[in-house]
Design a binder for this molecule. Sequence first.
Ligand code: GCU
Length: 609
Amino acid sequence: MEIIKNFVDNIHNDDYKRNYGFPILQGESMVFPGGRRTQSLNGEWNFSVDQYDNCLRAKWFLEQETNDEGRSVPLDYAFDEWDNIKVPGVWNLAKPEYFYYEGPAVYSRRFSLEKENKGRVFLQFGAVSYEARIFLNGAFLGIHKGGSTPFSVEITHHLKAENRLIVVADNTRRKEQIPSENTDWFLYGGIYRDVSLLFVPDVYIKSMRASLIDRETGAIEVTALIDGDINRTDSEVTFSIPELNIEDNFPVSADGTCTKIVNADKLSLWSPENPKRYQVYLTLREKNEIKDKVSDVIGFRTIETKDRKILLNGRQVFLRGACLHEETEDHGKAVTREDIREAFQRAKKMNCNFLRLAHYPHTQWVSEIADEEGILLWEEIPVYWWIDFSNPQALNDARNQLSELISRDFNRASVIIWSVGNENPDTDARYHFMKDLAQTAKKEDPYRLISAACLVDSVNLRIADRLERHLDVIGFNEYYGWYDPDYEKLTEILNGSRPEKPVIISEFGADGYKTDQKLRKSVRGSEEEQEEIYKRQVELFGKTEYIQGTAPWILYDYRTPKRLGAYQKGYNIKGLVTADRKREKPAFAVMKDFYEEVRINERNDKGTV
Ligand code: GCU
């Protein structure tokens, strides 16, 4: 009988997760959201930590208050009486006792549809850290793995007039996960990005991608995928850009794909100086009847490399960057649009045109606002430091996170680089794992640059990582002056290396702590030492022709359990600005001046005024 079985499962069954493994993967789960009707499920949810995973063990989500004899079963949960918690948000900042919590936690809310819906309904999450198991009205809908990418699950046939939604979020660090157990950032937990219902017709546009593939002719490659039972021969899609009087029809092939090259000869190209975007529509018709219509706002540009240069719209560009984690003191990882705009303003004040979004996909608001404000972006999946490179499940998870990121941001002009990892030990297993990811990224998106933040060959003092042959741009992290005081090694590396591709210094820097006068000389990690290290670094960069971008680590101080020194106190203090975002450290001005010089030299080289 279910109750007895529940009881046995609850205490005697260590394989209690065997029924909760159905994966929610990009291929099935992603639905193109642009221009669709949605219903927000943001707001106050009920919440409790669940350290022993009892919701799964005892199947609380079934909510079987009574059994066959009508007897009420003693309840160990109280969804509607639990604490309230704000969604989106990180549980770590919801209550002091939740700050360091890592593990399973249960979110619950009720909802009903705001209005009658005839078509299909998807439940869409911006991101949940790290695993999310979704239960609707007692039914298990699937598990999503990966704490930084969006996913959705169809709920059309599970909906009732009044619905109970339960999400078991689990941010336990595990060896086989991406990232694994050891990172230099604070692992927040929870449903920290938007949750919404997405309404689509029975037959709908699952994806729509548009890339400028030839600047001279204005050729735009448009690809779309149609899902649902439709008569392909009587169907077509129309791609339109009203501002350019473009309206182009093309057929739906038997497998639901639609591909066409559309010529837009009067395009104004997107760039940081001119972040021009166009309203774009894709309409699906069957026998001339409109079945679905989606929209997006897209900037068109080309990004490529030539020899050891990076070319934006055919012109060399130096990436004047900074690294950025997804965090503010007040919101943790659940950053707001205002937080993002504030970071962009600070970066632009430092004369940046580029940000390296470390070390995982940030909210899609970053790339949307970067499109609007004209900032170039490096986006990265968290294949970070040691990973279980020999584990096929780890590779599947990394591939899925990469596909979900590419699927989400494909139409964002600001995104120019997909990075497949950071500072990974150069073993054979790592090489094959990351070669696969680099090839997957290039296959899914032939029109962007592929990179990774590699480690320098510190034995031979060369930029020499065998992964480079699969990258378009070589990222490398170095901390000479800080972790290794010998600048001569950096000089040797830069002068002795012969990279065949553009190089970005994807990290450099040092701690910067504001000390009072009497400690100034003896303190390691003073702001003065940080400033000195920056001066020595940028001097060397200026002399190295193949360096085509720099991204100092890091724009803001940020929380990390790894940094427990007298002056760190749980923060990585390599920021150029304090964690409260109030004060720029002296090294900020060093970068600002360096980038101003780069910008002036670029302008002179191009002969632009
Ligand atoms: C590494 C790593 C960063 C880390 C930084 C540091 O390069 O990529 O995530 O925070 O160094 O040591 O502070």
